[in-house]
Design a binder for this molecule. Sequence first.
Ligand SMILES: *Cc1c(COP(=O)(O)O)cnc(C)c1O
Length: 395
Amino acid sequence: MNDGKMTEGIIYMDHAATAPAYPEVTAEITKWFSGWYGNASSTLYSVGRKSEEGVARARAQVAALLKTSDREIFFTSGGTESDNWAVHGAAIANRKKGNRIITSAVEHHAVLECVQYMGRQGFDVTVLPVDQYGMVDPAKVREALTDDTILVSIMHANNEVGTINPIVEIGAICAERGVLFHTDAVQTVGKIPIDLSAVHVDLLSGSSHKFGGPKGCGFLYARKGAKVDPYFHGGGQERGKRSGTMNVPGIVGTGLACEIAGSHMAQEAARLSAMRDELQKGILERIPDVKMNGHPEKRLAGHLNVCVEGVEGESMVMCLDMNRVCVSSGSACTTGSLEPSHVLLAMGIPVELSHGSLRFTLGSANTPEQIPYVLDRLTTIVGKLRAMSPTYRKR
Ligand SMILES: *Cc1c(COP(=O)(O)O)cnc(C)c1O
């Protein structure tokens, strides 16, 4: 799958951060940059109409993957914009009805920070807790719904631990109360089936680079009739909902990625979970004092998140990188100090242990032969780091 020379020999296990674009997508996008470069809104001449057609096809491809109508798909610059648009747009459009926004403690920062921002603008915010697996209990959503609630935003699957939320139940509860339901489905689009004709979701965010499409492109599904204000104002593209010259190459690539991902979703999930289970089994067998994070069953196929006692996640990431293995840690070194993962903390994992988190997210770049090598390297690295660790004592 890897056609880039730079990543030759690299074992990339961080697909939740970004995934390589499908080679077919890369080839297709190139044509739309240089050959078919028309503005999709300049439809009085052929070059523009060609782009308009490309966008229309892509919209139909996205809609087909999600089992909805193409009139409910709006292209954006990615997951972050879609999340911000959904939260901000729904809050502003419905503020005459009420003032409360409900979300969960484990959302991606694109939702969490936006909701907190709306809180500073005068909205009331309820942040729901999660269980030990990082899952939101629908009963907690029901309890939290007040008469002045206008929006519930709960992610489909969590990016750090892969736990899949019961959005069918949550959607039904919101529908009963006439409250808008947004779900950040960035980690699930193209990975697990989403049937918007069967589940009650008003707004859904997707991001192309997480499932084989290009970076800087995504979409928001907005159910017909859902009251949402635009976030970008301007030339009135996307039927006045999202202004800005359309990213035609990105959009065409997004559509194609949806088609490809949709065509082999079940097989790919089976392939990834077999590798993931092998990796998980190996780690638990060979490395003592490791805690598995995330739901044992209701979890994305490629996700494996563990806490390794007595070792810093960042140290393991750097040591693995020296062995040409790319993974990530829950602790993000943002300001020079190690911030523990808000997701792991919300799951009740002690701060100390959360610093030892390691996330493997498998995807198209992985093959089964890579697993034994990664296991060997990790076992050696953890042994060495623990030997130097002031906090790890062998039991
Ligand atoms: C990556 C991610 C985002 C942000 O998407 P971008 O397209 O990178 O802005 C939002 N939510 C989740 C769950 C993600 O994993």
